[in-house]
Design a protein around this ligand. Sequence first.
Ligand code: XIL
Length: 382
Amino acid sequence: MDILLNLSIKKPALMKIKNLLILSLAFLAACKSSVPLETEPITIKGKFANNFYLGTALSLKQINELDSIQSALIAREFNAYTAENVMKSMHIHPSKDTFNFAASDRLFDLAKKNNAVVHGHNLLWHSQLSKFFEEIKDSTEMVAALTNHIYTIAGRYKGRTLSWDVVNEAVEGDGSLRKSVFLEVMGAGYLPIVFKLAAAVDPKADLYYNDYSMTVPVKKAGVIEMVKNIQAAGAKIDGIGMQGHWHLDSPTIEEIETSILAYSALGLKVAITELDIDVLPRPKNVEGADISQKAEIDILNNPYTAGLPESLVAAQTQRYKDIFELFLKHQDKISRVTFWGVNDGDSWKNNFPAKSRTNYPLLFDRNNKPKLAYDAILSLKD
Ligand code: XIL
């Protein structure tokens, strides 16, 4: 049975075949003995196996399997892994001629052991960017550096990577292209070039553009225009990653739905890439998930250090339920839903946008116990 389960998670479509096989085996087993059948424990990855991959981001500590209880939970509940940090350029390619694959190799090994897929995050991003890219002033030199970067990293994991965030966060809040070093040195032409490089090195991996605030109309319009330009330049782009760094009240379900439909209308898959539901007050002047933004910590924006009030637990439970209902409704368009972290204690949202707060954004509590939100999405009807 395990072998079948393991095989099946490679592609949700195969789950249907698996289910048939399991039913047949169960039937045969039932014929042989009158002992009641043991049912497989229900998990979120099992629950959504016919719908989309169910993923999580993994920290270095989790990749290194330092906590055996959490390691078991990760293996049991998730079938797609994203490195929370270790594959960003400052870690994996810290200087021009140095690559550091120790942690990412372990991530791929862990995924293999657990029969999970790996989503690569990311090949190009202005944040957590290796310093040497910032120093490049010449476009020929930049193309050479990007070619080396993408060929070496995507090449190492070729055939083992489900998909890549080829470009992360290249559009500003007003819909214009972000003034990154890549735009400054190469102009907008850098975008199709990096997608072409990624497609050349690993033609089978799905190639994504990933960003936050993807439901805000002006940003959405900018992303759509950028994607159309990438497509018009003849580059392969397969999907849009909507970072789901969302709140209890925003974006609305309707805004999320309209956006899924708009990105899908470009002929692309849609992945919800970094899901967490922030329950804390929003400090002023901080929108989206621009990691360079910082808010002052004060008592007013860190009110739940002793636990989350029941009313907010209920609100978050309902919010997760509504969101997953929407995902199921559009499962034909959605390739993957990935949580940005495993348990509330791990979440980057304890430190963003203000440092050292107590947030509760995920499905598992600080003791790795499933929350009511977990039960709520497990009990959804397909
Ligand atoms: C965050 C990580 O979770 C933090 O540990 C790190 O300090 C900063 O980056 N958008 C992204 C992610 O694409 O890579 C970011 O991850 C969160 C925002």
